[in-house]
Write a protein that binds this ligand. Sequence first.
Ligand code: MG
Length: 219
Amino acid sequence: MPGCEGKSGLPDRRLPAAVRGFMEPEEGERLYELALEAGRRGPCLEIGGFCGKSTLYLGSGCRDAGGILYSIDHHRGSEEHQPGEEYFDPALWDPRLGRVNSFTEFIRTVERGGLTETVVPIVSASATAARSWATPLSLVLIDGGHSYAAAFADYNGWAGHLMPGGFLAIHDIFSNPEAGGQAPRQIYKLAAGSGLFRRLPMTGSLGVLQRRAIGETPV
Ligand code: MG
């Protein structure tokens, strides 16, 4: 029902500001612009939807482009969200499941953003969802687990599905190790050094690369 969808354009800043998670408005607005362009060419996909902050930006861009956003997350929380850890949030503890569960918050965000006809949630580990994936993608955002093993698995499982001209966005790239873990920066450097992508300007800690066309010579 298209009439149930929200109005077009960027989400009102108050909406993502009220959602748990870590993403600066400027980074989110860059994701909106990328999804607006990419969404016309094919489906977009994000890894690490969590409570839906990045989903609001990417999903709004996809909606305005007439596109679609797959949002992958196991919704069990990352290492740092578990009980006793630094970012444990009791509001995300699900007593019926006996574990962290961010899916209820995620769906609430998608509905508030008017994105139910645009966002397709995939409740799964990224590596499981990648196992038999075969659909070319116009944009991939890697914003999942921040261990090197998790970030590398996300890069390895999804970057190869980008169509020529598709965007690879990687969140939480910090050159100073004291500002944050280094795994996202390591996969960014891996992608940039592969010759398969061209670097686009960064926004905050959001790195963006674009898949070169087949036959295009790296400069
Ligand atoms: Mg992040």
